[in-house]
Write a protein that binds this ligand. Sequence first.
Ligand code: SAM
Length: 253
Amino acid sequence: MGQVSVTAQRVAARRLTFPRAPAPYGDPEADQRFSRDVAGPVAMVDPHSPMTVHLAARTAYFDRTTVRALDGGITQVVVAGAGYDGRALRYAKPDVWWFEIDHPATQADKVARLARLAIPTPHLTFIAADFATDDVGAALARAGHVRGTPTLFLCEGVAVYLDLVVIVSLLRALRSAAAAGSRLAISVSAATTEERRRQFQAAVGALGEPVRTILPAEAASELLASSGWRKLPAPTERLARSARAGFLALGPI
Ligand SMILES: C[S@@+](CC[C@H](N)C(=O)[O-])C[C@H]1O[C@@H](n2cnc3c(N)ncnc32)[C@H](O)[C@@H]1O
């Protein structure tokens, strides 16, 4: 993929319309400004469509997970397949270092937009990598990620665009960088109807970003376990609902 990710642009545009988890730190206005810039040329869509409803729930889940980890003292966040996610701005917190890994074309566009908007990112390291060909573990180490320090890894809306073998190598690379106390939040395929799945595949395929792996939550658990990650229990009904929607919380085995 030598072009910027249009699916990532669309997610950023839709997020502008969602309520976001509050935090007593960070710069939500910088995230809004950045996301508006990204959304500019993107046509808005039906706010009640199943995809928008799904993205709203996904955003809420990843927001809550991020805020909970930061409030709990996590000092490193790695966003894999970051796209135009603005959480590193929204939830910037003193003494927390963020790493964003993404395909070079999309990341270069993001960095250029941030510079044009004069949004400073001194707490954020950008790592340009293709998960299919690059050694993510080595790239993280080179970028200054500290392996011995617990880390929150976010992998939102990415797995579906990767071949199974690439998902496994990414998960293993993240695991190799995960000290005890680390957390991984990942979205996999939601339990949905065949028809909706077909619609989604057709829509993103038309944007040049074909679905490569449908990974239902149950199959994902096995794959994650074989990659060194264990699913964390979902003690509340809200977390159980999130897991059914394909939003999984894991810790290193
Ligand atoms: C749907 S977007 C999600 C972006 C972001 N996580 C979010 O939720 O807003 C998918 C992202 O995965 C990235 N991606 C897809 N395939 C990739 C690959 N092989 N290597 C690195 N990044 C990839 C794209 O560049 C894009 O930013």
